[in-house]
Each structure stands twice: as structure tokens, then as C-alpha cells.
Design a protein around this ligand. Structure first.
Ligand code: SF4
Length: 373
């Protein structure tokens, strides 16, 4: 099957969006004036993307957005039931402050994207897994069609879950913003045409990822924010080596502040915790949250990291910290492969080739004769 492109977007604004009312499937508003203007603006953005077919959720807000754009682009517009917003059961037509205590608890985890939350649902509603399953079924079906480039008008929950499937934590889905996905051999990917900020902990963990992104001609910078490393001489050594790798591949290198006092305050009383324990969760979260805040201020599109590249690290622990930081800051987090598909072998080869300094401990605990990073 050839490569397909999907420009997937959330409908324009409705009165209920403005009033913060959960719409789900039962509240079937049309667009308000702002929403219609957003649809016209989106049509301008999509004008040079060569869309051949528009498909839409059957709900009025999505269909109206899709029809405005399809008319402007002079393409057909089809409805697809599987693209409908999630059934939010008992909370539909309510505002967040009107939820019962039980619904508020469910809402807290409904918004999160880790696998353990996929079976969550409101009373009488769909689980997130059910919503994702029907949405990806729709994408598979569309990919069988002869057209190559599709516009897809749908809803925030559907898009957030498709993003997750494509390896991205994206908590905020603005009205009428298009996200570009590609689809090939049954795999949906987030299209890699954005400005990425890569958090690096050291040269050995990041070298193969930096090389791969550079060879793919991706737009990205490397940020070095590791106040966990001590002593400061060791921090400097790793910073200099990481900058050397970036210079080799002509990638911008951004060192942030060395705030070891702040790190030590955060982890006070935890130095007896084992590696992969609670201290590491706090450490990952602190670094990722600072970098995501920086990324938003400097208008990067998303953050990625190599914090889980070393085989001594628990990748799920890193991803959980990243998901939480992304939830708190609103900055998307892109999962990046640094271990599989030959990346570890390439990493070893580059360490030799570039004669990189290899530390003998992760960061916060100088060695006791044991190599741990
Ligand atoms: S072992 Fe590494 S990841 Fe864990 S707290 Fe120390 S520096 Fe951070």
C-alpha cells in the first residue's frame, strides 16, 4: 500500500466550547461565528496540501467545519460514523463544576494518556480504548481508497488518542488546528515536519539519535538540562562532550542552567532510594517539565528525550514522567526510538568513532566501583 497523508483536525468552536460544556455525542451544536471563521482560516492553510477527499464525524460541529473547507477546496465530503466524538455518558451536557465527586475523579484520569487509563469511561459512555479502536478502523478503511491525501474533521478525544497511537502525548487539541499524519503498511505516524527540542543527558545516550535525526534532515535542537549531575566538574565534562556531538552534526546546542541546589532540595532524603526508584521519577519529571516550559516559551512544537535510551533505565518510568510533564505544561511529547531497530549498535559504534567520554554512573551518585550508566 502506498504512503497516505491524513490532515486530521478538530472542528471549529461552538457555543458549548465557549461555555466549557461537555458535548460528547448528545449535544449537537453548530459552529458559532468564531468557529466558522476558524474553518475558513483552516481552509486557507490546507489549500496547498493537495487534499483529494474530506471525511467527517457526523456531528454538526465537525460536519459544518468539513463542509466549509471542502467547498473552498472543491472536493467531496463524506460522513464516517466511526469518527464521531467519544460517548461521554453521564457527563454530557454538564460543565466541569457540575460533575459529581465520582465523575470528577473519573475526569482526572480520563484526561491522562498512559496505558493504564485506556479502560476508563464515564457511566454509560465509551472507554478510551473503544474510541481509539473505531477511529483507527476508520483510518484503515480510508487508506484502502484510491485517494492519497485526506482531510479528516473530528473531535478532541479522537485526535488525542490517534496521537497516542502514533507515539505522541498531546494533551491540548485546539479548535480547527490540523495535525499531519502519514500512514503506510498499516502504521499511522505523526508526520515529522516540526521543530523538535531533544533533551539529552549525555553524549553516549544521544549520539545515535542526533545522527539519525540529522540524517533525516529533521528540524531540531538539543537541550542540555541536567542539574542532577554532580560534581560540577563531571557536569561540565558531559556538557562539553554533548556539545561536541552537536557540532559534529551541525545541530544547535542549548545548555540550560545548572541548578543542582534545586535538584538536591527536590530529592532531599531520597539518596538511599535505588536507581529506578522514586528519586529517579522526580528527577526525570523535573528535567522534562523545565525543558517543556522552555520549549513552549521558545515556540518549539514538541519535546523528545533520550533519558530512557540506556538499558539501565526504565523506559516506562521515563514515559510516565514525560506524560505528566506534558499534561502539566501543555507541551506535546514525542516518543523517539533510541534502543531498538539497530540504535544500540549504532550508539556503540559512534562512541568508538567519536571517541566519546563515557561516564561510569548515571548522575547523582558518584561511582562506588560499579558502572551504572
Ligand atoms: S540515578 Fe540518575 S535518573 Fe536517578 S535520580 Fe540519580 S541522576 Fe536522576
Amino acid at each position: 500500500m502506498s504512503l497516505k497523508h491524513f490532515y486530521i483536525f478538530r472542528h471549529g468552536e461552538t457555543v458549548s466550547n465557549n461555555l466549557r460544556i461537555f458535548q460528547g455525542q448528545s449535544r449537537n451544536d453548530y459552529l458559532n461565528e468564531k468557529g466558522m471563521n476558524q474553518a475558513y482560516e483552516l481552509a486557507k492553510f490546507l489549500a496547498d496540501k493537495n487534499l483529494e477527499l474530506m471525511v467527517s464525524s457526523p456531528l454538526n460541529r465537525a460536519l459544518e467545519t468539513a463542509q466549509i473547507i471542502a467547498r473552498k477546496l472543491q472536493i467531496r465530503c463524506l460522513r464516517m460514523q466511526q469518527l464521531i466524538e467519544g460517548n461521554l455518558g453521564s457527563v454530557e451536557n454538564k460543565k466541569p463544576e457540575d460533575l459529581t465527586d465520582e465523575e470528577k475523579q473519573i475526569f482526572k484520569v480520563w484526561k491522562r494518556l498512559l496505558p493504564q487509563y485506556m479502560s476508563v469511561s464515564f457511566e454509560g459512555g465509551e472507554t478510551k480504548q473503544q474510541i481509539l479502536s473505531r477511529a483507527i478502523y476508520a483510518i484503515h478503511q480510508l487508506a484502502k481508497r484510491p485517494e492519497t491525501v485526506f482531510g479528516v474533521s473530528t473531535h478532541s478525544t479522537v485526535i488525542r488518542l490517534l496521537m497516542l497511537l502514533a507515539g505522541r502525548y498531546q494533551h491540548k487539541i485546539p479548535n480547527a488546528q490540523a495535525f499531519h499524519f502519514t500512514y503506510e503498511n498499516g502504521v499511522l505516524r505523526y508526520a515529522e515536519d516540526e521543530n523538535l527540542l531533544l533533551l539529552s543527558c549525555c553524549a553516549p545516550c544521544s549520539c545515535a539519535v542526533i545522527e539519525k535525526l540529522a540524517l533525516e534532515k529533521r528540524r531540531f535542537s538539543v537541550v542540555f538540562y541536567n542539574p542532577n549531575i554532580r560534581p560540577v566538574e563531571e557536569y561540565e565534562k558531559r556538557r562539553v562532550e554533548n556539545e561536541r556531538v552537536c557540532t559534529t552534526y551541525d545541530v544547535p546546542f542549548i545548555p540550560l542552567e545548572y541548578d543542582n541546589l534545586c535538584w538536591r532540595t527536590l530529592t532531599k532524603g531520597m539518596m538511599r532510594e535505588p536507581e529506578r526508584g522514586k528519586r529517579c521519577s522526580l528527577c526525570f519529571h523535573m528535567r522534562l517539565k523545565r525543558v517543556m516550559t522552555y520549549a513552549k516559551a521558545k515556540r518549539f512544537d514538541a519535546v523528545a528525550s533520550v533519558l530512557g535510551v540506556s538499558r539501565y533505565k526504565d523506559l516506562n518510568q521515563v514515559n510516565a514522567a514525560a506524560e505528566l510533564a506534558s499534561f502539566e505544561t501543555g507541551c506535546p511529547y514525542q516518543l523517539i526510538e533510541g534502543r531498538k531497530n539497530g540504535m544500540q549498535i549504532r550508539r556503540e559504534a559512534l562512541i568508538d568513532k567519536l571517541n566519546l567520554y563515557q561516564q561510569t554512573y548515571c548522575g547523582c551518585r558518584p561511582p562506588r566501583g560499579k558502572v551504572d550508566a
